[in-house]
Design a binder for this molecule. Structure first.
Ligand code: IDP
Ligand code: MG
Length: 151
């Protein structure tokens, strides 16, 4: 048994389409405990740190613009960041979120239900969830101060 925490980001395409509430409904129905929530202004620095493992990928530049809200005209680059806690929450949330490629994601998952790939090839997969324990710990530290996690 492992009590873990995971970082969730409701991505700018979800904000633009006004499906933030639908997504949170699914997250909440998981039964996991919400221990952190805030709107964050995503600077280029924060975006690049968050996705640093992907910096050599051909889609990196667009990914940074995407997560900053620049592809969707989100004012002030704001994004909703959440932290959920519970037993195996990292892998359990990944199951609820679905595969990275929204066209391959199971339709019952968040990405399968709401994600798409644009005709320009941009993945719009509406949500981020930490991939593993190491990523989760690093990402939560990057996005939240210790005293913003209520547990
Ligand atoms: P994950 O979000 O499922 O953990 P990662 O491989 O960590 O997937 O990639 C991070 C993000 O980068 C994805 O959620 C997606 O927004 C974007 N991405 C990943 N692979 C591709 C791709 O092949 N084309 C375009 N965007 C991609
Ligand atoms: Mg990942």
């Amino acid at each position: 048994m492992a009590i873990e925490k995971t970082l969730i980001l409701i991505k700018p395409d979800a904000a633009k389409r006004k499906i933030t509430g639908l997504i949170i409904d699914r997250l909440e129905n998981s039964g996991f405990e919400l221990v952190g929530a805030k709107l964050v202004r995503v600077t280029k620095e924060l975006a690049e740190k968050h996705y640093e493992a992907l910096k050599d990928q051909p889609f990196f530049e667009n990914l940074i613009k995407y997560i900053m809200g620049e592809l969707h005209g989100i004012a002030n680059n704001k994004i909703l960041a959440l932290v959920y806690k519970g037993e195996n929450v990292i892998s359990e949330m990944r199951k609820i979120v679905g595969s990275t490629n929204p066209e391959q994601a199971d339709p019952t998952t968040i990405r399968g239900a709401f994600g798409r790939i644009t005709t320009k090839g941009q993945f719009e997969n509406v949500i981020h969830a930490s991939g593993n324990k190491e990523d989760a710990e690093r990402e939560i530290k990057l996005w939240f101060k210790d005293d913003e996690i209520i547990e």
